[in-house]
Design a protein around this ligand. Structure first.
Ligand code: ASP
Length: 596
């Protein structure tokens, strides 16, 4: 039996005899003394073998190669002074191997080096194809262990401190209302009918509230068949929660305590709470986005009023046609940002254009608070307007003012983008800082221009703010998102539990009661039997862990992720199936490769 894991051996273990199992991380021959770094999931420890001190194991040690699987029995010894390694947790000791047993060899050439000491980047395709080897490496092994720690902390906090219980909900189910495309599973037993994989446990968790479970959570797998833009996965994990008899404040407070507890337990980091709360309207105004990264400043300022009558057509025209003009003021920008970067072809110019802007107009505030206007703006702003701009944006000598003009959406989108790239460029983002905040009071609906109708921003069970019931179309929702370093990691809402309001919401999104009953009849019926007021939230667990691991992709915190094409390079899923299977399911493909 194993006595210890490799990574846990310390000076305290000196003189003990240990039995270890693991993989040969590296083997080095130093003039007749063989050193082996033995690795398991906890780390590595140095094994030593030489003909004098460990004659019995020397032959075996000599024949080992990278990634061989071995068992060793040995004595823990203090390393000689000159080979102490303070960087390695086990760096004070080494193990004299009395016996080495080879359990398995490597029979093929390794596709890449697995060693912990190897920092060479490996192509992601290769990592995904040989994921089992990639997971042996230090980075992924640490990430998955972190993920486990996070989930464990979540479970124990919610269960032990807040009286939640975990309940599993079905995977083979009906379409849920999160608005993405469903993954469908044909039913053999009920020919011609289909299950949908859950996009979230939304409907079931609300039913559980009707059932009186009061506080539910689940680490739930969710499936959304989306075009995999950005960093999405077809299946991902939510921390899903639902609670009865709570207000928005209760919801936010419980979740703040949860998040703070996870950071403390897993990373020993103290997170101050309550977190700042900002309304959706304020977030859009100040940052141009509903998930602001508040680790740095650079807030946007709306100057539409000042420039709406100016002679500069780009500005006045934008305001007249219902748009806006906003400024991103950059302190010291005259020094740090050159004209070439913001003129056509420049990096920042390109970033703004990629986000939909036609270009960037800019002003530089000079030493004596005089404004240097460039290009077309030059003669088209009055002295007074320039003065007002300085006042409104709080600009000081040295400031660079970048303007966005046009539709509200594009101005916000492009200035948000610029704010981020410039924040990065100027080194304003401290990677050690953690910014957590709530965005509240989202609008109930957004306009779907393609379908020419309002659709729920969250989902159709989200409750409107009771103050806004007179005009549901423009109502604010009792919905909230939690944003971590500019990434939305969770979102939820209080739910509608009164029939009249639910009917009004369906009406507003152009869903007849009949259609609604077809889709969610079982939930609406359940609501007739005594429904408590309730609300919930769901976190994208992968994203949360990704940020804690300081990774850039959720693939790096998932054991077996899929590619951007939604396929697995390891198993080759999705794959074709036997004709016989399709027949049993009454399915024939209409796919025609020729028509691609
Ligand atoms: N079901 C929602 C989602 O997956 C979250 C919630 O409202 O609880 O985004």
């Amino acid at each position: 039996m194993r006595t210890n894991y490799c990574g846990e051996l310390r000076a305290d273990h000196i003189n003990k005899t240990v039995i270890l199992y693991g993989w040969v991380d590296r083997r080095r021959d130093h003039g007749g003394v063989i050193f082996i770094d033995l690795r398991d999931r906890t780390g590595t420890v140095q094994i030593v073998s030489d003909p004098q001190r460990t004659p019995e194991s020397y032959e075996d040690a000599n024949s080992l190669r990278s990634e061989y699987v071995i068992k060793i029995i040995g004595r823990v010894c203090k390393r000689p002074e000159e080979s102490l390694n303070p960087k390695l947790p086990t760096g004070e000791v080494e193990i004299y191997a009395d016996k080495i047993e080879l359990l398995n060899k490597v029979n093929k050439q390794l596709p890449f080096l697995v060693s912990t000491s190897d920092t060479e980047p490996v192509k992601e395709e290769l990592r995904l194809k040989y994921r089992y080897l990639d997971l042996r490496r230090d980075r992924m092994s640490k990430n998955l262990q972190l993920r486990h720690q996070v989930v464990k902390a979540i479970r124990s906090y919610l269960e032990d401190k807040e009286k939640f219980i975990e309940i599993e909900t079905p995977i083979l189910t009906r379409s849920t209302p999160e608005g993405a495309r469903d993954y469908l599973v044909p039913s053999r037993v009920n020919p011609g009918t289909w299950y949908a994989l859950p996009q979230s446990p939304q409907l079931f968790k609300q039913l559980l509230m009707v059932s009186g479970f009061d506080r539910y959570y689940q680490i739930a797998r969710c499936f959304r068949d989306e075009d995999l833009r950005a960093d999405r996965q077809p299946e991902f994990t939510q921390l899903d929660m639902e609670l009865s008899f709570v207000s928005v404040d209760d919801m936010l407070e419980i979740n703040e305590r949860l998040i703070a507890d996870v950071f403390k337990t897993v990373k020993n980091i103290d997170i101050k709470h309550p977190f700042p709360r900002i309304t959706y309207a304020e977030a859009m105004e100040k940052y141009g986005t509903d998930r602001p990264d508040t680790r740095f400043g650079l807030e946007l300022v709306d100057v539409s009023e000042i420039v709406k009558d100016s002679g500069f057509k780009v500005f006045s025209g934008a305001v007249k046609s219902g748009g806006i003009v906003k400024v991103l003021p950059i302190p010291g920008g005259n020094e740090t940002i050159a004209n070439v970067a913001i003129k056509p072809g420049g990096d920042f110019y390109k970033a703004a254009v990629a986000a939909g802007a036609k270009g960037i107009a800019y002003l530089r505030v000079k030493e004596d608070n005089k404004i240097e206007t460039i290009g077309a703006i030059k003669d088209n702003l009055s002295l007074e307007q320039k003065q007002q701009l300085i006042e409104k944006t709080g600009a000081k000598p040295g400031h660079l003012l970048l303007f966005g003009a046009g539709s509200i959406e594009i101005v916000n989108k492009s200035l948000d983008r610029l704010r981020q790239v410039i924040g990065n460029h100027l080194g304003l983002i401290d990677p050690d800082k953690i910014s957590l905040l709530w965005v509240t009071e989202f609008p109930m609906f957004e306009w779907n221009a393609d379908e020419k109708r309002l659709e729920p921003l969250h989902h159709p069970f989200t409750a409107p703010n009771p103050e806004d019931l007179d005009d549901l179309k423009t109502a604010r929702a009792l919905a909230y998102d939690v944003v971590y370093n500019g990434v939305e990691i969770g979102g939820g809402s209080l739910r509608i539990y009164q029939r009249e309001i639910q009917e009004k919401v369906f009406e507003t999104i152009g869903l007849s009661m009949e259609e609604a009953y077809n889709k969610f009849g079982f939930l609406l019926e359940a609501f007739e039997y005594g429904t408590p007021p309730h609300g919930g939230i769901a976190y994208g667990l992968d994203r949360w862990v990704m940020l804690m691991a300081r990774e850039e992709s959720i693939r790096d915190v998932m054991a077996f992720p899929k590619t951007q094409q939604a396929s697995s390079l390891l198993t080759d899923a999705p794959a074709e199936v036997d004709e016989k299977q399709l027949k049993e399911l009454f399915i024939a493909s209409t796919y025609d490769p020729e028509s691609e």
